[in-house]
Design a protein around this ligand. Structure first.
Ligand code: ADP
Ligand code: ASP
Ligand code: MG
Length: 718
C-alpha cells in the first residue's frame, strides 16, 4: 500500500516517522506493507527538517493522490482538507483523517462511487481510544443504546484543577502553559470539540452526521468554584459529558454532576473515557489518552491497516503500466522498464505491464509487407504485425525476471483478449481476466502484448495503430484496476506537440472529451479509441514520462469548468483534400456523395460546398491520407457527376481543443486573427464546442502552431 501524507504538523510527521521506522515491524505483524509514497505540506521547511527525499515531495494534491492508495489527511480545518478528501474519493482512493470538524460538518458529502468503505477517521474521536473500529467492527451486530463520555481532555483538565481549588481563569492558564489548551481555547471550553466528536460517532452508527448545530451544547465557561464545592459536599464531581441516546435519537454536551459509583467519576486530568451500552453486552468503558501526537498517529496507522484490508478485497492495488514503442526500443530501455516495475512492486502495488513493439518496428513490418504486396492479405498482415509485440513482451519479461521477480509474457491470445475478425482494426468483444488474475495472486508480473487479440477461432488480429493504449485501458477495466499508467518519452499530454512548440507545457489534468478531441486532431499521445473506451468505463489514465519523475497528465472525468478554456493546439498533416469540381447544383447530389463514401468505408472530416455559378458547385472534403487508397475516384466521379476530381496533398489541419469554445466568438476571432497576422490563408473551417479547426497550407504548420500557442498563452496556463 502506498500511503500519501498531506500535512506535516505534529500528527502528520509522527505518522511519517512511525511508517518509516516501524514499517518492517508493521509488515511482519500485519502482513501488510505500507510505504510512504508522497507527502505534501504548506510549510516547505518541514521537508528538510524531517529529511524527506525530494522524490517523495508531491507537486500538488493530485500528484499525491495519484501516487497513493491511501491518502492521510492531517491538514486540519475545512478548507484545503475538504478539497483533498473530495478529490481523493473522486479518484477512488481510500482516505484516513483525524479531522473531526470536517467529518462532523461535511461527512455527509463525502460519498464515494466505490461500494467498499473508503473513509476512515478513528483518530477523530478519542485519540488513542479505538471507539470507532469498536462500533464498526466488533459491535457491528449489537444494538447500541447509549454512548456517553468525557470526550475533551482540555476541559477535563481544567475541571480537575478547579477541584483542587483554582478558579477557572487560573486553571485555563495552566492548561495553556502545559500545551493542553490552545491560545484561543473556545472550541474546547465552549464544548464544541466534544460536540464534533458526538456528531462523528452518530454518523458512524447512523450513516448521517448531524453536525454540531443539531447537538445541544453547553461548555464549562460558566462553571465556578462554588459549583464544584457544592457538588463535592454531596460527594460528586462536575464533568463535561457528551451523551448520545440512540434510542431517543438525541445528543447533547453539558456539564453534569457524577456520583462516586459512576465509572466517569475517577477520570481526571487530560484523560478521556467513553462508556458504551449495548443490548447484548451491557455497559463497559474505554479509558485513555484522548489526544496528543502519538496516540492520534497510532490511530491513523491502525486505520491505514484496516483500510488496506478493505482495499485488498476490492483488488484495486492492480495498476496497469503501459510502455510505448519509444520506451522499449533498446535493451537498455527495457532494463529501465524492469526497474520501474520493480519499484512499483516494492511499493506494494501489483503491476500488469502492457508493451508495444520496439521503436518503429510496426512501421518496418508494414513497409516490408508493402515491398511484397500492394494490398497485403489482412490475416497475414496481422500475423506479421503481431510479431513486433511478441518480441518486446518476451524481452521485458526476461528483464523483470533478471531482477529477481516472477514474470510471464502473454500474447493477446494468451491474455484472452477476444476480438472480431476485422483484421488490422479489430474490435475487442470480450476479455477473460481469470488467467491474469491467477498469475497476479501467485506473485507474477504479467507482461501482456499490446495491440493484439484473437478471434474465437484463434486467428491473430490487431487493434489499429496505437492500439496498445487500447489494450491497456481494456485490461484496466477487466482487472478492476484503479489507474492505467501510460508511459511515454514525454512528460504527459502537452499544450502542443513538443517537437513543434518549444514552450509547450504538460497539462496537469484533462477530461476524456478533450483528450478524445486531441487524439483525433493529431496529438499522437493516446489512441482515440483508447480514450473513448476510458471515458465509457470511467477509467482514470495517467500519461507519464518513463524516464523522469514528472507528475504526468491525469485524464479523467475532469473538474467541472464553465468558462471557455483553450487547452491545446494540434496539427494533422496526414490529411488530403478531395475536390469535386463542377458538381451540378441539384438536390440529392450531396447525399449521393456521402452515401458513396460510406459504402467505400472512407471517413470524411471537413466538408464544404461553394457556389461557382448558377448551375455548378464545388464540393470539397478532407480525408485521412491513408484512407485515400480506399477511395474509388471513378465511382465517386460518376455518381456526383463532377467534371473532375482533384486531390490536394499540401494541406494540414490545425485545431484548438478545449472546453466551451463556442461560448464566445472571441476565441475563434483570436484564432483567425493570429493566422491573418502571420499571413496564413484559411481554406476550410469547422467548429464544435470542444474544438475549432482550420485547414491551411501544410508548409505553414510550424508557424501557425507556434503563433496560436502563444496567442492563447498556452505556455503559461497549461
Ligand atoms: P509511444 O511510443 O509511447 O506510443 P508515441 O510516439 O505514439 O509514443 O507518442 C509520443 C509522441 O507524441 C511524443 O514524443 C510527442 O512528440 C508526440 N506528441 C504529439 N502531440 C503531443 C502532445 N500534445 N503532447 C505530448 N506529446 C505529443
Ligand atoms: N505497435 C503498434 C503501433 O505502432 C501499437 C502501439 O504502439 O500502440 O501502432
Ligand atoms: Mg503510440
Amino acid at each position: 500500500m502506498r500511503v500519501g501524507i498531506a500535512g506535516l504538523g505534529t500528527v502528520g510527521s509522527c505518522v511519517y516517522a512511525i511508517l518509516k521506522e516501524k514499517g518492517d515491524e508493521i509488515e511482519k505483524r500485519s502482513g501488510r506493507k505500507c510505504i510512504v509514497s508522497k507527502v505534501i505540506t504548506r510549510t516547505h521547511s518541514k521537508y528538510e527538517k524531517l529529511g524527506i527525499p525530494s522524490d517523495l515531495i508531491a507537486e500538488d494534491f493530485e500528484d499525491l493522490i495519484i501516487n497513493s492508495d491511501i491518502v492521510v489527511e492531517t491538514i486540519g480545518g475545512t478548507g484545503a482538507a475538504r478539497t483533498l478528501i473530495k478529490q481523493s474519493l473522486d479518484l477512488n482512493r481510500t482516505v484516513v483523517t483525524a479531522n473531526k470538524m470536517l467529518i462532523s460538518e461535511f461527512g455527509n458529502e463525502f460519498t464515494n462511487s466505490s461500494p467498499t468503505k473508503s473513509l476512515f477517521f478513528e483518530a477523530a474521536v478519542g485519540g488513542g481510544i479505538p471507539i470507532i473500529s469498536l462500533l464498526e467492527d466488533y459491535l457491528i451486530f449489537h444494538g447500541i443504546k447509549r454512548v456517553r463520555g468525557i470526550l475533551n481532555g482540555t476541559t477535563n483538565f481544567i475541571l480537575s484543577e478547579m477541584l483542587r481549588g483554582m478558579d477557572y481563569a487560573e486553571a485555563l492558564e495552566i492548561a495553556q502553559k502545559k500545551g493542553y489548551a490552545e491560545a484561543d481555547p473556545s472550541s474546547d471550553v465552549k464544548g464544541y470539540d466534544a460536540a464534533y466528536k458526538l456528531s462523528v460517532l452518530m454518523g458512524v452508527k447512523t450513516g448521517i452526521f448531524p453536525g454540531i448545530s443539531n447537538i445541544e451544547t453547553t461548555g464549562i465557561e460558566e462553571i465556578n468554584k462554588r459549583d464544584l464545592e457544592r457538588a463535592a459536599s454531596s460527594d460528586k464531581k462536575v464533568k463535561l459529558i457528551g451523551t448520545i441516546d440512540f434510542e431517543k435519537g438525541s445528543a447533547f454536551v453539558k456539564p453534569q454532576e457524577v456520583e462516586r459509583n459512576d465509572p466517569l467519576w475517577s477520570v481526571d486530568g487530560v484523560e478521556n473515557a467513553i462508556e458504551v451500552e449495548t443490548d447484548l453486552s451491557g455497559r463497559f468503558i474505554l479509558r485513555g489518552e484522548g489526544a496528543g501526537a502519538q496516540p492520534t498517529a497510532t490511530a491513523i496507522i491502525s486505520d491505514i491497516l484496516r483500510a488496506s484490508r478493505y482495499a485488498e478485497k476490492q483488488s484495486n492495488s492492480v495498476v496497469i503500466m503501459k510502455f510505448g514503442g519509444t520506451s522499449v526500443d533498446s535493451a537498455e530501455k527495457i532494463k529501465d522498464v524492469a526497474e520501474m516495475v520493480k519499484k512499483k512492486v516494492l511499493s506494494g502495488v501489483k503491476p500488469v505491464v502492457v508493451v508495444s513493439a520496439m521503436g518503429i518496428e510496426t512501421d518496418i513490418l508494414h513497409d516490408l509487407a508493402r515491398e511484397i504486396s500492394s494490398r497485403p492479405n489482412g490475416r497475414e498482415m496481422d500475423m506479421l504485425l503481431a510479431t513486433g509485440e511478441q518480441k518486446s513482451i518476451a524481452l521485458v519479461a526476461m528483464a523483470i525476471q533478471e531482477l529477481g521477480m516472477k514474470s510471464i509474457s502473454l500474447s493477446g491470445n494468451q491474455a484472452r483478449i477476444q476480438t472480431d475478425s476485422n483484421f488490422s482494426n479489430a474490435r475487442i468483444v470480450g476479455i477473460d481476466a481469470d488467467l491474469i488474475n491467477r498469475y497476479l495472486s501467485n506473485g507474477y508480473v504479467p507482461v501482456a502484448a499490446g495491440f493484439q487479440g484473437s478471434t474465437y477461432t484463434g486467428e491473430i488480429t490487431t487493434l489499429g495503430r496505437g492500439g496498445s493504449d487500447l489494450t491497456a485501458v481494456v485490461l484496466a477495466k477487466a482487472l478492476g484496476s484503479q489507474l492505467c499508467e501510460i508511459y511515454k518519452d514525454v512528460d504527459g499530454v502537452y499544450s502542443a506537440d513538443p517537437r513543434i512548440v518549444k514552450d509547450a507545457r504538460p497539462i496537469k489534468e484533462i477530461s476524456w472529451e478533450e483528450m478524445i478531441e486531441l487524439s483525433k486532431q493529431g496529438a499522437q499521445v493516446l489512441q482515440s479509441r483508447a480514450s473513448e473506451f476510458a471515458r465509457k468505463y470511467d477509467i482514470k489514465v495517467l500519461v507519464k514520462n518513463a524516464h523522469t519523475n514528472a507528475r504526468g497528465t491525469l485524464i479523467w472525468r475532469g473538474s467541472k469548468v464553465e468558462q471557455p478554456i483553450v487547452r491545446a493546439v494540434t496539427s494533422d498533416d496526414e490529411i488530403v483534400k478531395v475536390v469535386l469540381e463542377e458538381v451540378p447544383d441539384r438536390p440529392g447530389i450531396a447525399a449521393r456523395v456521402l452515401k458513396t463514401l460510406t459504402e467505400q468505408n472512407v471517413n470524411i472530416d471537413m466538408i464544404i460546398q461553394s457556389m461557382r455559378s448558377g448551375e455548378f458547385n464545388t464540393m470539397a472534403f478532407t480525408v485521412q491520407a491513408n484512407d485515400l487508397a480506399k477511395l474509388r475516384q471513378d465511382i465517386l466521379k460518376a455518381r456526383s457527376e463532377a467534371r473532375e476530381i482533384t486531390i490536394e496533398r499540401e494541406i494540414a489541419k490545425i485545431s484548438i481543443v478545449g472546453v466551451n469554445l463556442t461560448a464566445t466568438p472571441a476565441i475563434a476571432a483570436t484564432l483567425f486573427e493570429t493566422l491573418a497576422n502571420e499571413g496564413i490563408n484559411i481554406d476550410m473551417i469547422s467548429a464544435s464546442n470542444s474544438r475549432i479547426s482550420v485547414v491551411i497550407d501544410s508548409k505553414k504548420v510550424h508557424l501557425a502552431v507556434n503563433a496560436i500557442h502563444s496567442a492563447f498563452n498556452l505556455e503559461e496556463i497549461a
